[in-house]
Ligand binder design. Sequence first.
Ligand SMILES: [Zn+2]
Ligand SMILES: [Zn+2]
Length: 306
Amino acid sequence: MNSRIAALFHQSYSGKLLSQPTKIERMQTLNDLNHDLHCHSNQSDGILSPEELVSRAKSKGVEVLALTDHDSTAGIARAQAQAKLEGMTVIAGIEFSSDWCGRGVHVVGLNVDLDAAALKEAEQQQENRRNQRATTIAERLEKVGVKNSLEGAQAYADSGVLGRPHFARFLVEQGYVSNVNQAFKRYLGAGKPGDVKNMWPDVGEVVGWIRDSGGVPVLAHPMKYTMTRSKLCKLIEDFTEAGGQAMEVISGAQAANVTGDLANIVCKYSLAASCGSDFHVPDQPWQELGRFGRLPEKVQPVWELF
Ligand SMILES: [Zn+2]
Ligand SMILES: [Zn+2]
């Protein structure tokens, strides 16, 4: 990349323009960069700290990284501070859990304003939902003889995002079961006392939160929902109608025909296209940071909307 364009690029992302690049210059520059716009740190269910995550992304050739922890932007400031040291860009992101016709659907918000009141309110609401669910799980476990599991599980959830894996570890620690698999089999899995569903907000409401926070709503990993084609199209129609603006055309390492198919869909619905690894832990090569194909030429990359 030529150095004038590179300088312009970093200025345009940081919002401090010294001289104005033309729109074409800016887009050509952005399109040349390796974007990974979906990953997780230990501020949700990832393993690496925000700093470690950014360093790893840099070492894998990522130039623009969006940190998108579940229902939380707690790691963004740390990731951005590390990015400054490493000479790369971190976009403020989040991945909201939502409900669409009784199914769990994830919506990524990219380039959100961390100071937006709507964002803070949304994060608080989601945390309340998780806490409410954890309380119900603990009450049900109490009924089958497991005492103080809420406090016990909390001890394992230092990031504050409490879930069934934390209850599982508590059950092992207390000797109710000998391993985490058994904890799910006997206490937490489908049909067991601790199988409590989360009551997530409707997908349209989540899209509204992201728009109100100045961000771009992106329908995450559409192939993970294993919906029929007509169901998926209905979801995309509802998402678009609510103000959704983009969809992940690439989610980690995937077959070329899947990318082509999803590219056709975003073109059909006039959505922009996003790409990301959905990285959580270092030992899953199909989710490695920055290691996936390029977006097809015919789609509009989501960074044009930032
Ligand atoms: Zn997800
Ligand atoms: Zn994710």
